[in-house]
Write a protein that binds this ligand. Structure first.
Ligand code: ARG
Ligand code: ZN
Length: 463
């Protein structure tokens, strides 16, 4: 028997190692349309009950706000009949999650091939590679270093911290030194991306912003102005461990990868709990970094359960990533006042502003709304496909959640303009893809986001 068990053990360990990647074959994503308060309540109970079975891509918030949820095979039948029972309509928006993951991977392979064909200019090729595909954290960091030594009068990099798995959190600063703009003292714009592992469109969009700022700094009058008036600090991957884990192991990974806390339960409790699935583990990996910032930490839309996707962590700023951002951004802010804090997420095509933790208006509500509206209007007008962002305060437009970086920037640092973008898709070609975009979707998203960011910065300049 012992030999048999040993064999079984080896078997499971090695199969895990061979496949590496978690498979999502047959898993679906459903778009549920809650129409009553009861529906919302019910969705929230589902969320708790199936904590590590159901993956909510959008959290339940209020009536008529759709909720996207990933449903594994074994729950589909059961959930279907419960939804029917509750009179809750839904549509299947992704038939097979694995299929989309494979298409995404294919699109990246094609990209690599295309690049290896044309290679007269190796540095240009390296740029294409970074700007047109979903590349590794290491490649992004290397590129940040390369490009800032290539444009050393314009750029510098700062290593602001190290993750649990030893990856470097790197920020690039783009600035025209010694410049003055209409004799104003300089202010700073902070752009942060890649806070959630699986939101791959976010880091690549940040890289494109970096590239445009740098290469257009002399040729484009407007960009030059923006660099004279502001120091730009851009962090493309705020959660390197989560990003890499989503690339190599679990495409749906959101949190960081620190083993933060062992559940305070005796070891045998797992076997006696009423839901074996839910309490299978005594520990779980990862904190939701966008619930870990120390402003209104743990107030709403967060979880104290380490196995939850929105686990807030054992304490505010308990994580190396959030602590690094806090320390560095505070130091920048003491030196050069940060006027905009922009956080790039996906998906939903929304231009959100603070507050996210409360439905109450901030004192700058009108100014925030103005810039968000104008920026998304500019996107709408400039885009061929008429990309239309939804605009509003985060808590009302998306859902309420606290401990997020945008609210922290506003509430603790005093940054006036705190925005979160939920990047496309929503009404573009890939409106039902969620996090799983082919690389071919990057160019149009880079164009629209660039238009939005430029407009936002110009309006800030005038404000
Ligand atoms: N998708 C983001 C998250 O869940 C949205 C954050 C919006 N900002 C906020 N303060 N709630 O983390
Ligand atoms: Zn996110």
């Amino acid at each position: 028997i012992l030999l048999f068990l040993y064999f079984l053990f080896i078997q499971t360990v090695t199969t895990e190692d061979v496949t590496h990647q978690k498979s999502f074959t047959g898993e679906q994503v459903w778009r549920i349309q809650p129409a009553t308060k009861q529906h919302i309540k019910y969705l929230r109970t589902l969320q708790k009950k199936y904590l590590d079975v159901l993956d909510f891509w959008t959290l339940p918030s209020s009536v008529n706000h759709n909720v996207d949820v990933r449903v594994p095979n074994h729950l589909q039948k059961k959930l279907k009949s419960s939804l029917k029972n509750k009179n809750l309509p839904y549509a299947t928006i992704i038939q097979d999650v694995q299929k989309l993951i494979e298409e995404e991977r294919q699109s990246m392979v094609k990209d690599r091939k295309k690049r290896s064909v044309k290679s007269e200019n190796p540095s240009a090729e390296f740029n294409d590679f970074i700007l047109d595909s979903f590349v590794s954290h290491q490649e992004i960091n290397q590129w940040l270093t390369n490009i800032s030594s290539q444009f050393e009068e314009l750029c510098s990099t700062f290593d602001i911290g190290e993750t649990a798995e030893g990856r470097i959190i790197r920020v690039i600063k783009i600035s025209l030194t010694n410049s003055t703009y209409k004799n104003q003292s300089k202010r700073a714009i902070w752009v942060e991306a890649g806070m959630h592992g699986r939101e791959w469109i976010s880091p690549v969009t940040a890289n494109n912003i970096i590239y445009n700022m740098i290469t257009m700094s002399y040729s484009d009058r407007c960009v030059k102005n923006l660099l004279e008036a502001f120091d730009w600090y851009i962090l493309p991957v705020a959660n390197p461990d989560g990003y890499e884990y989503s690339r190599s192991r679990d495409r749906m990974w959101r949190k960081n990868r620190r083993l933060s806390e062992v559940l305070k339960r005796p070891w045998w409790s797992a076997y006696y709990s009423h839901s074996f699935q839910r309490n299978k583990y005594r520990y779980c990996y990862g904190v939701d970094l966008n619930r870990n910032f120390g402003f209104k930490w743990g107030v709403v839309g967060t979880s104290t359960n380490p196995c939850s996707e929105i686990y807030q962590g054992p304490a505010a700023f308990s994580e190396p990533e959030t602590a690094a951002i806090r320390d560095f951004a505070s130091a920048v802010n003491n030196d050069t006042q940060i006027i905009v804090y922009l956080s790039l997420h996906s998906y939903g095509q929304m231009w959100l502003y603070s507050w996210g933790y409360t439905r109450q208006r901030s004192k700058d509500h009108k100014d925030l709304r103005y810039i968000a509206n104008q920026s998304s209007e500019a996107i709408f007008l400039a885009s061929q496909k008429r990309v239309q962002y939804t605009v509003g305060p985060a808590a009302r437009t998306l859902y309420a959640s606290s401990g997020c970086s945008d609210d922290w920037a506003k509430g603790s640092l005093g940054v006036k303009y705190a925005f979160t973008l939920e990047l496309p898709p929503s009404d573009t070609d890939y409106q039902l893809n969620g996090f799983l975009l082919p690389a071919s979707a990057i160019p149009s998203i880079r164009e629209t986001t660039w238009t939005g960011v430029k407009t936002m910065a110009e309006l800030t300049l005038a404000a």
